[in-house]
Design a protein around this ligand. Structure first.
Ligand code: FES
Length: 106
């Protein structure tokens, strides 16, 4: 099990913004959706595009390459051509600091 990493402070990420951070060598897209924070692996499951550079529509991210859409809250696909969900990393906010843990191999 990997450790929790302090990846950002909450004042670095305003509502509707995304920031890419490094979590143990993996690019992770941090999203602020109406002051809730989510950490998503920055790789589209369709063909590997960097999902953080896509357009945000509310709590949905649209892949910049072929337009697949995913829920930022759950990672689930909301529109093809992707069929596999994005991975959401474990995230906690403590004293206005954002912590993320790589839980892919727990
Ligand atoms: S790489 Fe994201 S939809 Fe194709």
């Amino acid at each position: 099990m990997s450790d929790w990493l302090n990846v950002a402070s909450t004042d670095e990420l305003k509502p509707g913004e995304v920031k890419v951070v490094d979590v143990d060598g993996t690019d992770v897209a941090l999203f602020n959706i109406a002051d809730e924070y989510f950490a998503v692996e920055d790789v589209c499951t369709h063909d590997g595009a960097e999902i953080a550079s896509g357009c945000i529509h509310g709590d949905v991210i649209e892949c910049p390459r072929h337009g697949a859409r995913f829920s930022i809250r759950t990672g689930e696909v909301t529109a093809p051509p992707a069929y596999e969900p994005l991975h959401l990393f474990a995230l906690e906010v403590r004293a206005e600091q954002i912590f993320v843990r790589d839980d892919r191999w727990d």
